[in-house]
Design a protein around this ligand. Structure first.
Ligand code: ZN
Length: 252
């Protein structure tokens, strides 16, 4: 790291759990952010600011007016632009020292390979069962750790999945597809902006912790946040032996 980097990341380097070596690990890390919406906005901002050196962003959406209430990575001037393009521009204006690769596409079980090349960690910022299930399948079949987050109205939840530690996966928590009708009704229920910020911040912290091996990850349990009640809760989740995502893959 040069003088400018040492100064920019000084407050990280001062943390004994991170230090200069941890900051170098962040600089040399590669993460793939799937979805550049509400969660992606927060996570990408923090990880770019933190100096995570190589960031891949996968999203095929366009910035719309109703996004700006919570997707704070985007500005009024970004309306109508592709989210990946606006995200790259705004993140590089925050930190020009990092590399950002963008993919204007949807992440699927069929097309994922180029998005996870050299990737140390996947981050799920999507908002539907199909995508979340597909991302978890890819993480477990390719043996890449995954930070998962989910949101609904005033509530959110977070969990870290690590195939190398034989942890639970998305399928252990949600074995059944709730169906498109249920998801469409959820997307019309609204969402409070700051809950997105809370969950996105927790996910960013888990990414930094995981990459630098600091502390212990939120694993094999879900941490939930209820904004209306002002409460955090933890729920232990057991690995499901018949899980379609992690157990069957592990047996092969
Ligand atoms: Zn599982």
């Amino acid at each position: 790291m040069d003088k400018i980097e040492l100064n920019r990341y000084k407050r990280h380097i001062l943390l004994k759990e991170i230090g200069g070596s941890g900051q170098n690990i962040l600089k040399n890390s590669c993460i793939t952010m799937i979805g550049a919406g509400g969660l992606g906005s927060i996570i990408l901002y923090y990880l770019a600011a933190a100096g995570v050196g190589n960031i891949k962003i996968v999203d095929n959406d366009v910035v719309s007016l109703s996004n700006l209430q919570r997707q704070i990575l985007f500005k009024n001037e970004d309306l109508g632009k592709k989210k990946v393009l606006a995200a790259k521009k705004n993140l590089l204006s925050l930190n020009p020292l990092i590399n950002i690769e963008i993919y204007d596409n949807k992440f699927t079980e069929k097309n994922y390979r180029k998005y996870i090349n050299d990737c140390n960690l996947l981050i799920d910022g999507t908002d539907n069962f199909k995508s979340k299930s597909a991302i978890s399948k890819v993480a477990f079949s390719e043996c890449i750790p995954l930070v998962y987050g989910g949101l609904s109205q005033w509530e959110g939840q977070i969990c870290v999945f690590d195939p190398k530690s034989d942890s639970i996966c998305f399928g252990c928590i949600f074995p059944n597809d709730p169906g498109q009708e249920f998801e469409e009704s959820c997307s019309n229920l609204g969402i409070i902006g700051p809950t997105v910020g809370v969950i996105g911040s927790l996910m960013s912290a888990e990414v930094i912790k995981f990459l630098t091996s600091s502390g212990k990850p939120i694993m094999n349990k879900i941490l939930t946040y209820d904004c209306l009640q002002g409460e955090f809760q933890e729920f232990c989740v057991d690995k499901v032996q018949s899980c379609k995502i992690c157990s069957e893959l592990n047996k092969n």
